[in-house]
Ligand binder design. Structure first.
Ligand code: CP
Ligand code: NVA
Length: 305
């Protein structure tokens, strides 16, 4: 609100590698402090709004918790505030953001977040759209680093729909020089243009899950039917039938490979219970890191901490 330089996080491609490193460095430091019982009031008197058009557990609660842990406040704004239909965005967003220091938006249409940013008087964070989920990817790379302990040449294999989560994961990996491969049915793959924009070759994408996970340190998946795609659910179940992350697929990765999932998961669809509930799964640590990574992000955007 005036005293801060206005900056948004709409997509990870807007950040440099150095900026992502700065966010992660703050996140790691604040996580260590929290684990040591220290909660400095770095967000004192700051207010975070959460304008959500879709359901959420992790994104909503982690943002609310991180503001409260450090002396700030959060406001959850659901359908009753009337966005995007009760009044024009050119009125709604400047008014809302004049009350706030940071606004997290979860939107059906990515363009809604871009448009909101253009009218905003405070920092905007993309809390998931149909196109991307940058907050998730920040937590993902933080988790990958924690579980690869300084190892060089880390490889992440994503098996499933080339959706919002996959887009941001691919972007984060490419920024941080983490090898990334994806296996998806042809109809549900990344476009060649997207791969090229990240400097990834066509070899980074396959329709063979076993080929994708070869030599992988991390195997990642997400739901086959994302929020808003429910009408396609039956068709997707058929298309992805051979893309479940099973124990056999995990065996084709490195012996100590870890399993990642942004959650919520559908056991028996994109992942077998034996995998997500098994010893290779680090999904709960990954979900916890949403709190820490976003804390780093908010502190970085608002120049606090
Ligand atoms: N992974 C994730 O964004 O979870 P929520 O939809 O519960 O926020
Ligand atoms: N791809 C999923 C992610 C949920 C966190 C969705 O958009 O529904």
């Amino acid at each position: 609100m005036g005293v801060f330089t206005l900056q948004h996080l709409l997509s990870l491609v807007d950040l440099s590698r150095e900026q992502i490193e700065e966010i992660l460095e703050i996140a790691v430091r604040l996580k260590q402090e929290l684990k040591a019982g220290q909660r400095r009031p770095i967000f004192q008197n700051l207010v975070c709004g959460l304008l959500f058009e879709k359901p959420s557990l992790r994104t909503r609660v982690s943002f609310e918790a991180l503001m409260n842990q450090h002396g700030g406040a959060s406001l959850y704004l659901g359908a009753d505030v009337g966005w995007p239909s009760r009044e024009p965005v050119c009125d709604f967003i400047p008014i809302l953001t004049s009350y706030l220091d940071v606004l997290v938006i979860r939107a059906k249409d990515h363009q809604s977040v871009v448009e909101a940013a253009s009218f905003s008087r405070c920092s905007i964070i993309n809390g998931l759209t149909d196109l991307s989920h940058p907050c998730q990817a920040l937590a993902d790379v933080m988790t990958i680093r924690e579980h690869s302990q300084g190892q060089k040449d880390v490889k992440v294999a994503y098996v499933g729909d080339a959706n919002n989560v996959a887009v941001s994961l691919a972007e984060a990996c490419s920024k941080l020089a983490i090898e990334f491969t994806i296996a998806a049915p042809e109809r549900y793959q990344f476009s060649e243009n997207f791969l090229a924009s990240l400097g990834l070759s066509a070899n980074s994408q396959t329709s063979d899950p076993f080929a994708a996970v070869r030599e992988a340190d991390f195997v990642y998946t997400d739901v086959w039917t994302s929020m808003g795609q429910e009408a396609e659910s039956e068709r997707r179940l058929q298309a992805f039938a051979n893309f479940q992350v099973t124990s056999a697929l995990m065996s084709a990765a490195k012996p100590n490979a870890k399993f990642l999932h942004c959650l919520p998961a559908r056991r028996g669809e994109e992942v077998a219970s034996s995998v997500i509930d098994g010893p290779q799964s680090i999904v709960i640590d990954q979900a916890e890191n949403r709190l820490h990574a976003q804390k780093g992000l908010v502190a970085w955007l608002l120049k606090q901490g």
